[in-house]
Design a protein around this ligand. Structure first.
Ligand code: NAI
Ligand code: UGA
Length: 450
């Protein structure tokens, strides 16, 4: 059993802190936001993440998980301090390090005995060393020792607990072998692979992994754009490519580009890091530009389907950047909906969970509805932006009755073209031939084992 304090009770701090408690440690999650802490103490969860509420409640009850805004006291009471505060995008695309540095100062001021300081936030190379320096400058007793470890987080929103409990690997970079060993042992109940390296490489692995995944997405979106023009089907192309184990089938889903709290900011941050280091990372810059442009693919398809958007009413289904989260950070809907309005359309929109979060950001651009039925009534077209299960499983016959004409633009390729042809839709998806009522469709692709 380790005594752990997690500083920052946002997405990562709360999920990882709860998971550390669940495997038998005593964990104090703290935050500068007193309202967040007050909510958490009552078992109320400030974010939408499947299974998190139950796990928090279980560990509060078991007296393994605690919440406080007395950060100094929490640090003094623990032996391992995780830093899990935000590193948002700064003005020039760089990671804004002010919160990490502030926490390092607080840790220095409360370093009452040996501690291991572990950085979980996504940070530029050199941050571990900077944290070490800040703690040294702020500690009251220069004989009190400490180590700094980089242990980046790889969870995904929407499947965060599953990702944490069954992590594919834990990356650990440390200033001492003993500290690395102790953090590796902390991960033993997760039965995961440990990859130990130096501080700098551990910090870089996180950016490299996110940038590579973002590259895969922009690449397949580029292939999708070619597929449409030459009569190929990107879902078949991804499936066929993915059968090669050197490529792998994951993160090859074409659509409206990546969003969320991390890929957009981390690709910018890595591009900035490269530039500062004297390397013009053109490939990564193109990934970012391609992603920005991909948003507008669905707007163009709506124009293709409807002629002009002037005076048209569009029913948008899904607002969050992906299903199973209410996170609206860099969600494609934030760009697409205002563009529809700029082009003269009026927008009605529905999201099963992110309604409030979306309203906080772009309320002036659309009318918000509580169901798919209300949203689509009398619309000229339906536009899918997030593949929530409610949306993928909706009754298409009913959708057709609600719309003025059976026009659907699908930014997430939720349905097969065959199904939409059978249902009688004019269906425009990403990287696949458009379906128009009465058109003939080829047999779906399949893998045969001989
Ligand atoms: N959200 C995600 O899915 C993932 C995020 N990450 C990385 O983890 C880090 C944290 O991300 P999120 O949890 O999404 O951020 P978040 O914005 O949800 O939470 C950050 C929390 O830190 C608190 N905070 C700020 N300054 C503080 C201070 N001085 N003392 C105590 N608390 C303080 C804030 O009040 C906030 O509650 C970022 O570097 C992010 O890139 C890594 C993997 C996944
Ligand atoms: O550093 C982070 O914060 C996290 O960023 C991503 O996780 P997350 O942003 O929660 O979500 P993903 O499932 O990776 O999806 C990101 C975006 O890419 C899009 N995407 C994903 C996969 C795909 O094939 N195609 C595609 O367009 C999604 O719709 C979404 O907008 C990474 O997957 C995590 O490993 C990482 O820890």
């Amino acid at each position: 059993m380790e005594k752990i304090t997690v500083v920052g009770s946002g997405y990562v701090g709360l999920v990882s802190g709860t998971c550390f408690a669940d495997i038998g440690n005593r964990v104090i999650c703290c935050d500068v936001d007193p309202f967040k802490i007050a909510m958490l103490r009552k078992g109320e969860i400030p974010i939408y993440e499947p299974g998190l509420k139950e796990l928090v409640e279980k560990n509060i009850e078991a007296e393994r998980l605690f919440f406080t805004s007395e950060i100094g006291d929490a640090i003094e009471a623990s032996d391992i301090i995780y830093i899990a505060v935000g590193t948002p995008m700064g003005e020039s695309g760089e990671a804004d390090m002010r919160y990490v540095h502030e926490v390092a100062r607080t840790i220095g001021q409360h370093l009452n005995r040996y501690k291991i300081i572990v950085n979980k936030s996504t940070v530029p190379v050199g941050t571990g060393r900077a944290v070490e320096q800040i703690i040294k400058e702020n500690r009251k007793n220069r004989f009190v020792k400490f180590d700094v470890v980089s242990n980046p987080e790889f969870l995904r929103e929407g499947s965060a607990i599953e990702d944490c409990m069954n992590m594919e690997r834990a990356v650990i970079g440390a200033t001492s072998d003993e500290a690395a060993k102790r953090i590796a042992e902390l991960h033993a109940p997760f039965r995961t692979r440990i990859f130990q390296t130096n501080l700098e490489s551990a910090e870089m692995i996180k950016y490299a992994a996110n940038a590579f995944l973002a590259t895969k997405i922009s690449f397949i979106n580029g292939i999708a754009n070619v597929c449409e023009r030459v009569g190929a089907d990107v879902t078949a192309v991804s499936a066929g490519m993915g059968l090669d184990s050197r490529i792998g089938g994951k993160f090859l889903q074409a659509g409206i580009g990546y969003g969320g709290s991390c890929f957009p900011k981390d690709t910018f941050a890595l591009s900035y890091i490269a530039e500062e280091a004297g390397f013009d990372f053109n490939l990564l810059k193109s990934v970012i530009t391609a992603n920005d442009e991909q948003r507008f693919v669905v707007v163009n398809k709506l124009r293709e389907a409807l002629g002009s958007l002037q005076g048209k009413r569009i029913g948008v289904l899904g607002l969050s950047f992906k299903p199973n989260t209410d996170d609206m950070r860099y969600a494609p809907s934030l760009t697409i909906i205002p563009e529809l309005v700029n082009q003269g359309a009026s927008v009605r929109a529905f999201d099963p969970i992110a309604r409030q979060a979306a309203r906080n950001q772009i309320a002036e651009y659309y009318e918000d509805f509580g169901s798919i039925e209300e949203t689509l009534e009398d619309c000229d077209a339906c536009l899918i932006l997030t593949e929530w299960s409610e949306i993928v499983e909706m009754d298409l016959t009913r959708v057709k009755e609600l719309l003025k004409a059976p026009v659907m633009v699908d930014g997430r390729n939720c349905f097969t073209t065959q199904k939409m042809a059978d249902e009688g839709f004019n269906y425009y998806s990403v990287g696949r031939p458009a379906v128009t009522v009465g058109s003939i469709h080829a047999v779906e692709s399949q893998t045969l084992s001989l």
